[in-house]
Ligand binder design. Sequence first.
Ligand SMILES: [Zn+2]
Length: 191
Amino acid sequence: MQFSSHGFCCIGGEFPKAVVDRETFEYLLPLAYQWAKTQEEFVLARGNPLGPRHAHDANLAGVRDCARVRVLLVDRIPLPENPELAEASKRIGIITEDTRCAGFGHALIIRVDAWNDRELILHNLVHIAQYERCGGLEQWVRHYLVDRTNCPNFTIGPLEEEARRIAREIVRSPEYNVGGCAADAAVSTVR
Ligand SMILES: [Zn+2]
């Protein structure tokens, strides 16, 4: 299966070598957290509760507090306004112009053309479950980014691996495909 960008993660692409040194990382980390927090607050204020299909998937992905999740459908996922952060994010492949879905905090942002990509959405719901386990957005952002920047080839890290694995296992299970079809009929599109 061919993947494109997965929110806080790029899948299937070639990554450049690690190019963010420790000092730059420590400088960018709080900016990354602030960016994620601003995005989350926007989505929590403007987004819709999960529909039946995505609520079903959020449960499968391990999200504990599904009622708090808000989903926002967008034409494009916004890049950070800070030029240094945006540049690092694109270079590393975390948020790029090709990003189609992002999940952090209790916010799920879905680009219009990814609305029916259930594995991609499940993947980002796993990130939301990870955030709940981490005990806060700041902790999750640090954990996620430290994991990725510590990877020898600047690839993915344990949180990213877990999100890919769980999403893949769910969509490949026979029970999921039966339940998924039934839930599909009940979904309504939000904008
Ligand atoms: Zn991911």
